[in-house]
Unconditional design. Structure first.
Length: 406
């Protein structure tokens, strides 16, 4: 018996909007926030519901009652696949269409060179709250909200993954690292260490305990760019995590690489990744607070040919944006001060609340604070397996810029 990838409860309730967001939805935006609904009275149960405005049916989607993001649209009522009297068929047609389009994009990867990629990127692939990452023969499922684990049937998703990619031997449902049960084996058994390829480099991950699904796949193109510029250079990789940029700098012929991260386990993983690649590059692994390390290096007037600064998100919400902009400008400025004349500085931000324009303004401010001038050599962002709807600019979260100091 086939297990459907989506589950819902009958009867499907219709939720009424108090604001007209029709144009918003027609343009391709898929989020509706709490202020668009009547907060009085009994609230709907989280799950799959219909949406209407002034009695006119607008869409089918997912209600999240405990967040400001209340409704995540799946299908508009005027789309050909919508079946008003057959929700099960609507969901089936919608899922199959989105899955097919997602797989087509990922077929572009040469698995002999890169067998690690994001298969499903939530709203970017029309499947909100669902993340599926592939690491060689292991697939990792992750959700961004508790209700999504109930809606996206793990057994059904696992069957679709194996049906599309026959190399998959293990499908693992990963939960938050601070939860008592970190994850569940859906198919096979998760190995203590999973090795996978990215642009010819080998990486090893303890997926069960690692951040996110096991690795930061979204920096793939930017890591490759660093490889092109690293030959013969001394490289400092700040907030290195498990050393993605460090590995590609070494593979690019760097003379010396220094990786700095506050987590000792992350620095141990950098060493492991150097080992599995057989790299002999002089490597300094430093488990330390990157902010403090920066300050100390500036006191000592240290210099590097290439500095990479990829800090964690400083802006978890809109209210924190101004504070985050100041924090980014400071850490980027301190990094720029460590770069040799005509050297390179790479800055990155994964804060979705910081726009690309704001990011570039921050970089300009950082150069000003450091009393340096720069030339933009490369501007990067999310790779092909991290798509986002054109109408949802807020999902264009990753910014990466490579500058030459003039």
């Amino acid at each position: 018996m086939t297990v459907l990838p989506m589950t819902y409860e009958e009867p499907v309730q219709t939720i009424e909007l108090r604001r007209d967001v029709t144009k918003h939805l027609k343009r391709g935006h898929r989020w509706i926030f709490a202020n668009c609904f009547d907060e009085g009275g009994r609230q709907p149960k989280s799950g799959v519901h219909l949406l209407s405005f002034k009695g006119e049916l607008l869409a089918l989607g997912i209600w999240q009652g405990d967040t400001q993001l209340r409704f995540r649209v799946l299908v508009l009522a005027d789309e050909p696949i919508f079946r008003k009297n057959n929700i099960a068929r609507t969901l089936e047609l919608y899922f199959e269409s989105q899955w097919r389009k997602a797989v087509e994009i990922r077929r572009t990867f040469d698995l002999k060179i890169t067998n690690s990629f994001r298969l499903i990127n939530g709203e970017g692939d029309g499947l909100p709250g669902l993340i599926v990452d592939i690491y060689n023969d292991t697939a990792v499922i992750k959700h961004d909200h508790a209700i999504m684990e109930k809606i996206w049937n793990a057994q059904g998703i696992a069957a679709k993954i194996q049906g599309s990619f026959n190399q998959i031997q293990c499908v693992y449902l990963k939960r938050r690292n601070d939860e008592q049960e970190k994850g569940v084996n859906i198919v096979g058994t998760l190995a203590p260490e999973v090795q996978f390829l990215e642009n010819g480099a080998v990486f090893a991950s303890n997926i069960r305990d690692a951040a996110k699904t096991g690795f930061f796949l979204d920096q793939r193109d930017n890591r490759k760019m660093i490889q092109h510029f690293a030959n013969g250079k001394t490289v400092l990789n700040l907030f290195s995590y498990t050393g993605g940029f460090s590995i590609f700098a070494a593979k690019g012929g760097a003379k010396e690489v220094t990786s700095v991260d506050i987590a000792k386990v992350a620095i141990q993983a950098v060493d492991r990744n150097f080992a599995v690649n057989g790299l002999k590059t002089l490597h300094h692994d430093i488990a330390a607070d990157a902010f403090e390390y920066l300050e100390q290096q500036n006191v000592e007037k240290k210099k590097y040919d290439l500095v990479i600064t990829d800090p964690p998100s400083f802006a978890p919400n809109e209210k924190s944006v101004e504070q985050a902009k100041n924090a980014y400008a400071k850490v980027f400025a301190n990094s720029i001060k460590l770069v040799n004349n005509e050297g390179l500085f790479a800055a990155s931000s994964c804060s979705s609340h910081i726009s690309t324009a704001q990011f570039m303004e921050i970089c300009q401010e950082a150069f000003s604070k450091a009393r340096k001038k720069g030339t933009l050599v490369y501007m990067g962002g999310q790779p092909v397996d991290h798509p986002y709807p054109l109408a949802m600019e807020e999902l264009r979260y990753l910014k990466f810029a490579l500058f030459r100091l003039d």
